[in-house]
Write a protein that binds this ligand. Sequence first.
Ligand code: DHE
Length: 688
Amino acid sequence: MKHHWMAWILLGISVLGLAACAGRSQPTPTSTPALSATSPVAGSDVMELAMEGFKKGACGACHVIPGVPGAQGTLGPDLSQIAEVAEKRLESGEYTGKAKSVLDYLHEAIVEPDAFVAPDCNGVPCQKGLMPANLGALLSPAEIEAVVQYLYHPPEEVAEQTTSVPEEPSLTGEVPLLSEEEFAWAKQVYFERCAGCHGTLRKGATGPALTPDKTQPKGTLALASIIFNGTPRGMPDWGKQGFLTQEQTEIMAKFLQMEPPAPPEMSLEQMKQTWKVLVPPEQRPTQPQTTRNWQNYFVVTLRDAGQVAVIDGDTYEVVAKLDTGYAVHISRMSATGRYVYVIGRDGRLVMVDLWPEVPQKVAEVQTCYDARSVEVSKYKGELGDFTDRYAIVGCYWPPHFVILDGQTLEPFKIVSTRGYTIDMEEYHPEPRVAAIVASHFKPEWIVNIKEIGQIWLVDYSDPHNPTIKMIEAARYLHDGGWDATKRYFLVAANQSNKVAVVDALDGKLVALVDTPAVPHPGRGANWVDPQFGPVWSTAHLGDAAITTIGTDPVGHPQYAWKAVREIALPGSGSLFIKTHPTSPWIWVDMTLNSDPKLARTICVVAKSDPTQPYKCWEVADYGRATHFEYNRQGTEVWVSVWGTADKPGQTGEIVIYDDRTLQEKERIPNLITPTGKFNVYNTVNDIY
Ligand code: DHE
């Protein structure tokens, strides 16, 4: 059914003839987009017009289209054999749009893309709204017709190309211009919304690289559409969520095609200028002043308020709200549980003392411009008592970690993480520090260096002169937690679709486990599977599944460090999973799912029958459901409803469930964008 290119041009004069020749269904007379002899398009113009149409529509940014330079996109369906695919769909009855023929189908897909959304976009369901709805207006009728023809019957030499022969994307050389004001605005928005996933220098991590060689071939239209609509693999829909207007997404799209500006470095001296001891150690209480059950406090991130709330887990009262860093990210407790260390995305570390009647900030310091992780020294044993002695902050920019005094937050040691990737041994200017955990076996922190794929064991017994063992794992290390014995640390290498397992006792990598797309465990969930014994589970941003990995090399060696079970979920976009040793359930969210209903839906899986979710339900009628935490007793689960800071009544709340009956017990309303919640006792003891 393949034709020489010249023949294709000639046939372009009458697609009706071609349709018959190809044996495909013919377009209906009323809606046919086909060319005719009287069409304004004829002969070799067809190819040119098709190419112009593909370029204007930036189709190659999302699709593989043989013969179109740079068309290697994977967000939309592969269009190499779209006519055959369309024909099968029309015949099978799975198609639900209005087209009666393949040509109609192709035409409809361009001018009315949401009339039928294809079921498969490279392994994930295609997403409504992602394909720009304005192509019908943007392309001339003749261009649309030419594109339809091209896809219907690509010229022979093109049709023979396979998708396994990637074409080099070509730079357009046309860098869009922004005014100074627009550039400054876009730079700030990029830092606030995009740098976390794509990197400050845009070299990619949780999200793909966005350097000009990648973005220019996509062009403004396609980039803006992705920014506005999000993608099924976890890119948020900033336009649909109301964070960016159509015009603003275009400014962002243009910014992304320009060279990324590099932010400044930060010295120890600069950090010290921001350092404040608000209550010196000698003026702090020597025993708890409060009669509250402070070990059952929940420290709750109020993301967009730049605060944490300390909430009494017995009475549900908000005991204190304390100002912290910008877009505050996580909290970790000191080994004794008395102090909370809160890290903001702006690198500001705040230390809170939970012993006064009302919890109080006692010190703060800024350690970088962009940070995500903080941990403390926890080791107590033959080598000394390091509890509450040191803290460590992991930074995204500058790429370094900082060791601080655990009582005063005085920073005293900076270690750069710049280095070479484990796979290509290529220099990387921005290897960011992801999860950090403190070993229970040695005075060591396990520090995950995202972009180069190394897990560093940092010995803090002589913290001015730390020794570091660099373990090769996999690129894009992100978040993770201990197994139930706390000997093995499991960390997601998210864009590598792997979980790395480190033995903290022997100080070595024991496994790299393959998983579905973009594992995202938070700290994961430890439980005992009826078939496979002790396991640890992760959810996924890019796949609708929970992956379960065997963690018992002694009792169940045949399953150890293998993905033994996959549990299907109603959607992807999961961020967190949680359980408790005494609970019958595993709880999981789908926070970043592009369907608003799924984004606020949570599921529980029964440990006794882990083949499928036992129950899924929406926790609110707005916002996104995210992150779980148990109370100290392990009888309640707290879930955040992450709302919108400036929408009164819908800013966010915490919903509390009875963990045995799954019945709702209480709501703590009107919190500003609550996300992570950290119970003092559970965080100190790594219970999850
Ligand atoms: Fe997080 C953990 C990084 C977005 C809430 N997040 C982590 C960790 C890292 C990380 C490296 C592990 C820390 C550790 O254990 O030491 N997070 C990032 C990002 O780079 C990312 C993807 C994008 C960004 O721009 O920051 C990102 N994170 C988010 C959110 O949007 C969340 C949902 C809400 C928010 O804060 O904006 C969010 N991340 C959390 C939470 C944890 C976390 C609650 C800790 C989970 C736990 O139970 O330990």
